[in-house]
Design a protein around this ligand. Structure first.
Ligand code: BGC
Length: 766
């Protein structure tokens, strides 16, 4: 691993305990690093010199839906790709989406993106990557189609649950962790979707108009970090256009930014069906059209033969693929698929991630943790209590080896210490109208048969009855994988089905309600607030999610998750909605590009040829994404970015900045003491934001620039030094096309979350 650990613990006299388990901050310092991708250039030249033009072209498009060709004549293996970000996808027929129903391809279901991000743990992101890589190897895969690291621009985004955060720095740190974890274990990542795939609505045709500054400072940051600090070997070009040009043929994106500015040496593949041209794509830097050969097959061969594309360009594209091929050892056929994909040690990783991801939002009267000495009957209510979340959506489903639901977890952990009565309360058998235009596709399910009239009433009555007889109600609601899905955005943050009505009826007979939102994105909590003394945000939380949630609810572990996004009071408050830039009104909603690809009908042809070019997403909030907007505009939120409670109280004191002046190249150092005043082992996440004082350049009010997850046993006190590299304070100067440091005063803010600044200290930068 080439990363430096930018984290210091001072163990001075008078401190109570002298050890502290902290997570490394992943730094951009890449000195003394020999890029593995560049070790085989000579050999690669030799290989290319022996190839025919036809052999070269064969490598530049999909062979099967999840493979691209190698060089059989020279014994060079094809590339095998695997979805997706949170589990190795089941095996499908080579040229269809039909599963092969193997008995050995059940995998570990890892918590989805926003869950991983809620851990705020680079260490866990790394472990997550190691687990994903080990299962990819068991299945003979070379490249994982993940991590998915677009910024969560809108709370309703269909893939918010797959993506990490609304904040570029948090997303970047976790992207680097995931990337290193995968690539240190013999598999390549493919960071996706490059770039600005921040909405699913018309994702296959939308044109994103964004300022260069917002692009560099917000949307590209996680990609840049994964490339520069993580040395990601693969990149997936997104479906959409940026400033008028499709991502898969965008020279600014693929050539200037990715290869020239960031020094990327690896390979770029298109999203599935996201290629729109031959000459433009190959010259801009696309290496592989996936999964088809419409543009980079015969058409490319003809273009080279006609002298429109130089063979030198083809050689370069082949070289970039071979660089990756040479550092990823192919899994020998006799070793692949010999044992079950899902492995127990990876289930343990999913437990750790889930256990650190759950966010305690509210805990009036310390209703949590559940006191099993007193609480003898627990009503567990809600469809999500017993719903599996490994599958659904479109591309990112996992055929899970097993998945512990919340109900199963509670039964496992509580055993005979209390009686658990389960009532479903409501059913999720209702189709959702999204913006994306899926009528009903594959596993996503579509319009379900209408419920007989009395079903809802019957389920509600059962829930009320269960609640009446119980000491405590755990209402487990939220969204599910049909509701939050690739290919379409939610129309609102409203909790689906009639769960709020059931919740209110339940709370009427038993006020001791803990509401648990199982969701990958923010949901509307206004009605929930009024009738739930405690609220917990859980996630699509992987194979061991139910056990981890139960351990938190009963106090075996203290919650330590922090929100990776802001929780607006109402959707209209959030930036893209407030500025009217989403949903777009300049175009009707199109059929989704991926569905079109799968259906291969006339509409598909139209979509794939890019003939429809609909919708313009004007990112008019500019830099003010997520908390940057709420802060700068002074808008209240339901829960701020970075927020989360624990069972122990943590005290911060003595915050100071170590020097009064710093220069470019320095690290600003802040020091403070953190103490666990409670009786639980507690992970905490101190956050350092930067606020510019008297700046001429326009900035968001504050920006996250450092965080640290660390564990403190009861009574433990630690003095920490955290670094903020001065280079992180630069802005993208649109005239100079470069990063520029604005000299002046900055305030370093020690915060528990974006809404709770505990202390400030000032210094100047030059
Ligand atoms: C998704 C990608 C995915 C690919 C292959 C596309 O629809 O956008 O994230 O990797 O399908 O399944």
């Amino acid at each position: 691993m080439k990363k430096l650990l930018k984290f210091t613990v001072l163990l001075g006299a008078g401190l109570i305990v002298c050890s502290c388990k902290g997570d490394p901050t992943l730094s951009r310092d890449v000195k003394n690093y020999d890029d593995p991708l560049m070790q085989n250039e000579k050999e690669i030249s030799g290989i290319i010199s022996k190839m025919t033009l036809e052999e070269k072209i064969e490598m530049l498009h999909g062979k099967h839906y999840f493979t691209s060709e190698g060089i059989p004549a020279q014994g060079i293996a094809e590339m095998n790709y695997a979805d997706g970000p949170f589990g190795i996808r089941e095996e499908m027929e080579p040229l269809s989406w039909n599963p092969l129903h193997w008995s050995t391809d059940s995998a570990t279901f890892f918590p989805t993106g926003s869950a991983l991000a809620a851990t705020w743990s680079t260490k866990l992101a790394y472990k997550y990557g190691t687990g994903m890589a080990s299962e990819a190897r068991l299945r003979g895969k070379d490249m994982i189609l993940g991590p998915a690291i677009n910024i969560q621009r809108i709370p309703t985004g269909g893939r918010t649950y797959e993506y990490l955060s609304e904040d570029p720095y948090l997303s970047a740190q976790l992207s680097v962790g995931y990337t290193l974890g995968v690539q240190d274990n013999g598999v390549a990542v493919c960071i996706k979707h490059f770039a600005l795939n921040n909405q699913e609505t018309n994702r296959g045709s939308v044109n994103v108009i964004v300022s260069p500054r917002a692009m560099r400072e917000i949307y590209l940051v996680p990609f840049e970090a994964a490339v520069v600090d993580g040395n990601a070997y693969g990149v997936m070009a997104a479906y959409n256009k940026i400033n008028g040009t499709w991502c898969a043929e965008n020279p600014n994106l693929l050539d200037q930014i990715l290869r020239k500015d960031w020094g990327f040496k690896g390979m770029v593949i298109s999203d599935w069906g996201g290629t729109h041209s031959t000459v433009g794509s190959v010259t801009a830097g696309l290496n592989v059209e996936m999964p088809t050969s419409d543009y980079m097959g015969l058409a490319l061969l003809d273009s080279v033969k006609a002298g429109i594309v130089s063979e030198k360009v083809i050689d370069q594209r082949v070289r970039e693929i071979l660089r990756v091929r040479m550092v990823i050892d192919p899994v020998p056929a006799e070793k692949a698929n010999k044992q079950m994909t899902g492995q127990p040690e990876n289930a343990q990783i999913t437990y750790e991630v889930a256990a650190q991801s759950v966010v305690l939002l509210k805990n009036e009267g310390n209703i949590l943790p559940i006191d099993l000495g007193k609480v003898k009957t627990i009503a567990v209510i809600g469809d999500n209590a017993d719903k599996k979340m490994s599958n659904g959506g479109v591309g990112a489903g996992v055929k899970a080896l097993y998945e512990i639901t919340p109900l199963a977890g509670l039964k496992n952990r509580i055993g005979d210490k209390a009686k658990i009565i389960y009532a479903q309360g409501y059913t999720s058998q209702q189709a959702r109208g999204g913006f994306g235009g899926f009528g009903g596709f594959g596993r996503r399910g579509g319009a379900a048969p209408a419920q007989p009239d009395n079903t809802a009433q019957k389920l509600k009555d059962e829930a009320v009855k269960a609640a009446k007889d119980a000491d405590l109600v755990l209402f487990i609601g939220g969204d599910n994988r049909q509701w939050e899905t690739e290919g379409s955005d939610r129309r609102s943050m409203d909790l689906p089905y009639n769960q709020e009505e059931v919740l209110e009826a339940v709370a009427n007979v038993n006020p001791n309600v803990v509401f648990i939102a199982v969701a990958g994105a923010p949901v509307d909590l206004n009605r929930v607030q009024a009738c739930s003394p405690a609220i917990v945000q859980s996630w699509f939380n992987g194979t061991e999610g139910g056990n981890a949630l139960a351990d938190i609810l009963i106090g075996k572990i203290s919650p330590s998750g922090r929100l990776p996004f802001s929780y607006p009071i109402k959707l209209e408050d959030s930036p893209a909605y407030a500025t009217g830039s989403f949903p777009q009104t300049d175009a009707p909603v199109n059929q989704d590009v991926f569905v079109s690809l799968v259906q291969k009908d006339d509409k598909a042809e139209e979509m794939l040829k890019g003939a429809t070019g609909r919708g313009t997403a004007l990112y008019s909030e500019d830099l003010l994404v997520g908390y940057r907007w709420f802060d700068t505009k002074n808008k209240p939120v339901m829960y701020p970015f970075g927020y989360g409670l624990g069972y122990s109280e943590i005290e911060y004191s003595g915050f100071k900045v170590l020097n009064s002046e710093y220069r470019d190249g320095d690290d600003i150092q802040v020091e403070f003491t953190i103490k666990n005043l409670g009786k639980y082992n507690q992970y905490d996440v101190p956050q350092i934001y930067v606020h510019r004082v008297d700046s001429k350049v326009e900035w968001p009010y504050k920006e996250l620039k450092a965080f640290q997850k660390l564990e403190l046993v009861p009574g433990m006190s630690v003095t920490l030094i955290m670094d903020v590299p001065v280079s992180y304070l630069k802005y993208w100067d649109e005239d100079k096309h470069d990063w520029v440091l604005e000299p002046g005063k900055v305030e370093l803010l020690l915060a528990r979350d974006a809404g709770n600044v505990v202390a400030k200290a000032e210094c100047s930068v030059k």
